[in-house]
Design a protein around this ligand. Sequence first.
Ligand code: GLU
Length: 379
Amino acid sequence: MSAFNYFKENVSRAADLLALGEAERGAFLKPDRVLKADLAVPLDDGGSATFPAYRIQFNNARGPYKGGIRFHPDADEDEVEALAAMMAVKCAVVGIPLGGAKGGIAVDPKKLSRAEIHRLSRAYVRAFAEHLGPDIDIPAPDVYTTPEIMAVMLDEYERITGRSAPGMITGKPLSVGGSEGRDTTSVVAFADSKGTLQSARGLDVEVVLAAKEAKGSVRGMYCDGSVCDAERLAKDGAEILEGGAVISAKADIFVPAALEEQVTGENADSVSAGIVLEIANGPVTPEADALLAARGVAVIPDVLANAGGVTVSYFEWIQNRTGERWTRPDVETKMRAVMRNAYREVADFAGERGVTLRQAAYALALRRITDAMEARGRV
Ligand code: GLU
């Protein structure tokens, strides 16, 4: 099933819970604007390549469009539309006054040089500049996009418009108006597309990340290509397994943190953790969701679990617009308050109605968005 169909399923369950009419469901499920462009980029070898790019502005009833831009070979209109819609839900779940959008470029960034990535980033902004801005649509990082890319995009936008506009994009480096605390992630699972690194004794996050950075994968901590250091592995009580093995790792919490559709009807029963924390967008399919719920595994849904990123994007945008600079403890305290409050509201609703946390989060968000659409006379 397509990513947007998964989203529609979640919305339809939430709409049933709220007894919403067809008009409200229909109005919410239609994106406001689908922008597409083919970006022609000069390559370092003198040639050029063209990459399909998207920006989908889903809903702005609660505030300007907000959402990241991903660089990934699989980015397509359906995926970007689903992710844009989820941003609208996410901002509504945590109650920040922003709408939902998402961008994507179908590209394998690992095949491009740094200069080529910069040119591609600038081309993206040139293609969509008239639809972006601090009061219109505010991008941010997503899969394979970084603070460095945000700074380059800001630079291109300011060059085109001729004015300073740090609030047009978030997730920037601190030196160009980024916020403290936007980069905080708690990493508790160590697997990537090349393998799983597991140790019952626990692994040092910083050390694993440094190995990944230097060698391109978490396996790199113990392996050089296909040859792994058995002695060091045994000494540290660690094992190298294939990438998918992380799903069945013995742990309290399983954190799928990269791409969508990783836990499916096929492998949901091998999840051994009691809690699945969705740091990726859409990592658990609806079929897997039902299997996990039947086994009593709590899934903390993406639109709640990973909303800390866009919440700090919101703080970055406020700071850019007021000229204030907040300290990291300020940001963390404010973010904790937003996230705790959102979790409490979602958990209370789930408890009262006897539904899953995902159904509760979607229902709360849908109510907030349709209330705003109704107040504006859009439905
Ligand atoms: N790409 C992140 C997400 O999916 C952040 C979006 C933002 O900060 O605007 O939530």
